[in-house]
Design a protein around this ligand. Structure first.
Ligand SMILES: [Zn+2]
Length: 658
């Protein structure tokens, strides 16, 4: 009858009549409890009865309370939100608030329905003659709506207000909406409509504009954890914090879905994270962590062994890849928002192990692993043998983790005389470049790259530098690696290099304040850059980018910069500038001594795609700046978040796009 029942093992409400006759008693399922009280599913048992009980919907509650205080309650509401966030529950609370007469039978509409008066109890039991619920999913036609309109003409039987709750209202036909519209335009004074929908976009604007709209939000995990913890306690079940967190995570913002899982967990006696993982069909989280660590270290044998273990325990390897994706996402979030490590949203293990991985892996390495896995999940779905396909994806990921980025490779070559050979044993590589990153042992990954000669090239620093994508034997993509990330991450964080140009200033923000970085790139125009003054023009004055940038600079270079706003046109944004850069001529690249050297270093490699990155990740040619000092490296690592992610697609044009 309502969306509360989507997935709960409730018997169908008794039918008959348009809205269905109200059942005499709440639906029941076979008793599971030791005493003889009938068992009710938790979602129903703990359905919020008052605005107070609604969790995670603070603004809705505040606005509604205020409306009741001011006696200015709308005659039509539109409640939207994903399933299970409490739309019909809210509708019923509103219905009670409108109709409550208080324990003494004399009260008026109130934001605090008493729960004991005749109206409250009847509505609570779904059997109030004036509060009518309809599921538009099954009643979509114009005749169904006519029935409602007909009903609005009669005075309420026992309540103050007739309340029509129409769930999944977007399912109504166009004619049905039109029929409804007239009533909505001039609702009879004693009628309130409460619509609920998961798909607001399908509701005609003409209808929307006549409703007060509330967007019910996904309930944050921390609130779900607390809520489920309280309910578990009331039920006499003890679940560990980690187990509750897993349930909250799986609930994905839906109280009802989460309670349904909690029901299962309690029934199965699952009280710790392992048991709940099993119940949820998740591969053991620890194993997923082990696997990710092995993959990012390029340890293919270990990764496959762990995969075998998961498979033996009945895990679907497609699901395992999805779990890996999920974990990568978590690690990336931990990297971007270190404060997550303090919160209670995440189980302890995820905070600590995830945090360690986040510290170790660079954002670009995480992003590339994500790309490979995302593509891999799709491959597994279409492969004749899921297990084989999943293993191939994992091997590819290992392989990718071992290889230096083309950028780095080029840098090593241009710095002169680097031994490119990847060692086959544990003995570390030795090269004149000293601190340059090198791939670790190529365990099982089958990397056959070996330099045939020492390469020494001297390049005009202002000249074109190619970003070359390489395809090794058998079409394997040469992807950047973990080893490199470790090398990048190894040193203590250094103080930021003072920016010499606008571009460098923007680049400084990219991993510190990624959102600001995006705004600076695509909607901020440089008007003047003359240290310490920087004048900019904002395309969108709401961004506050000037203040955010000033704060950022104050944090790292106290008192050294002044950002001000200008109305002058200024330069195109960095993104606009990047789009204008012309691609290098392919033949020019092929003839380039550097490219030749790379091709020799990776036998069988061929040039996949060419872009004139010129080592500037904004796609812009190098800027002319003041002479570099010794401790200011010429090539700042300022890859934007999306840098390099296009490689695979461009290479594998014959494959489906992501
Ligand atoms: Zn009441």
């Amino acid at each position: 009858m309502t969306d509360d029942n989507d997935d709960l093992p409730l018997p169908p409400e008794s039918g008959g009549g348009f809205f269905g006759d109200a059942p005499a008693e709440p639906a029941q399922v076979p008793a599971l409890q030791e005493n003889n009280t009938p068992y009710r599913v938790l979602a129903r048992k703990y359905r919020p009865q008052t605005f107070e009980d609604l969790i995670g919907q603070d603004s809705l509650v505040r606005i509604l309370r205020r409306a009741f205080e001011l006696k200015r309650v709308a005659h039509a509401f539109m409640l939207t939100g994903v399933r299970g966030v409490g739309k019909t529950t809210t509708a019923r609370i509103i219905a009670r608030a409108l109709n409550c007469v208080g324990p003494d039978g004399k009260g008026g509409p109130t934001a605090e329905p008493c729960g004991v008066c005749a109206n409250c109890t009847a509505i609570l039991a779904d059997r109030h003659p004036d509060v009518l619920e309809m599921d538009a999913a099954s009643r979509t036609g114009v005749d169904d709506v006519r029935e409602i309109i007909e009903a609005t003409r009669f005075r309420p039987m026992q309540a103050r207000m007739k309340v029509f709750i129409i769930d999944e209202v977007h399912m109504l036909s166009r004619n049905a909406f039109n029929a409804l519209l007239k009533t909505l335009e001039e609702p009879p004074p004693q009628v309130t409509f409460i619509f609920a929908t998961t798909e607001l976009r399908k509701v005609p604007v003409t209808v929307l504009s006549r409703c007060q709209r509330f967007d019910l939000r996904r309930v944050p995990q921390s609130l779900l954890i607390e809520h489920f913890g309280r309910i578990a306690q009331k039920e006499g079940a003890s679940l560990s914090d980690d187990a509750l967190a897993l349930i909250a995570r799986a609930a994905d913002g839906s109280v009802r879905d989460g309670l349904s899982l909690l029901d299962q967990a309690i029934a199965q006696g699952a009280s710790d994270a392992d048991a709940v993982s099993d119940m949820l069909g998740l591969a053991d989280r620890g194993l997923v962590f082990d696997l990710l660590e092995a993959l990012m270290a390029g340890k293919a044998a270990e990764a496959l062994d762990l995969t075998d273990q998961a498979y033996a325990r009945g895990a679907d390897l497609g699901v395992l890849l999805a779990d890996l994706l999920d974990l990568l996402h978590l690690v990336s979030r931990l990297k971007a928002m270190p404060s997550l490590r303090e919160g209670r949203d995440l189980p302890e293990a995820e905070r600590t192990r995830g945090g360690m991985l986040a510290d170790r892996l660079s954002t670009s390495v995480l992003g590339r692993a994500w790309q490979i896995l995302l593509k891999g999940v799709g491959e597994v779905e279409s492969a004749p043998d899921r297990r084989q396909a999943a293993e191939m994806v994992l091997i590819r990921l290992c392989h990718a983790s071992l290889l230096p980025t083309p950028d780095r490779l080029i840098r090593q070559l241009t710095e002169g005389g680097v031994d490119l050979s990847l060692p086959s044993g544990p003995s570390g590589p030795s090269g004149p470049s000293g601190g340059s990153a090198q791939a670790g042992p190529a365990e099982g990954a089958g990397v056959q790259a070996r330099a045939t000669q020492q390469v020494s090239t001297s390049m005009d620093p202002g000249g074109p530098r190619a970003h070359v994508r390489l395809v090794a034997n058998g079409g394997e993509i040469i992807e950047p690696g973990y080893a490199e990330a470790e090398a990048e991450q190894a040193p203590e964080p250094e103080p930021l290099t003072p920016p010499r140009t606008w571009r460098e200033m923007v680049a400084l923000t990219w991993d510190k304040v990624p959102q600001l970085h995006g705004t600076l790139r695509n909607s901020v125009h440089l008007v003047r850059f003359s240290p310490p003054d920087v004048q900019i023009r904002l395309e969108d004055s709401h961004t506050k980018a000037d203040r955010l940038l000033q704060n950022f600079l104050e944090e790292h270079f106290p008192g050294q910069w002044r950002i001000s706003l200008s109305t002058a046109e200024g330069q195109p944004t960095l993104d606009e500038q990047g789009a204008e850069v012309v691609q290098l001529n392919r033949a020019e690249v092929e003839a380039h001594p550097l490219v030749k050297a790379i091709l020799e270093a990776f036998p069988g490699a061929k040039i996949g795609d060419v872009q004139d990155h010129s080592l500037d990740e904004y796609g812009l040619p190098p800027e002319i700046t003041a002479p570099l000092t010794e401790d200011a490296p010429p090539d700042l690592e300022f890859a934007p978040l999306d840098a390099d992610f296009l490689d695979e697609d461009d290479l594998l044009k014959d494959q489906e796009p992501l």
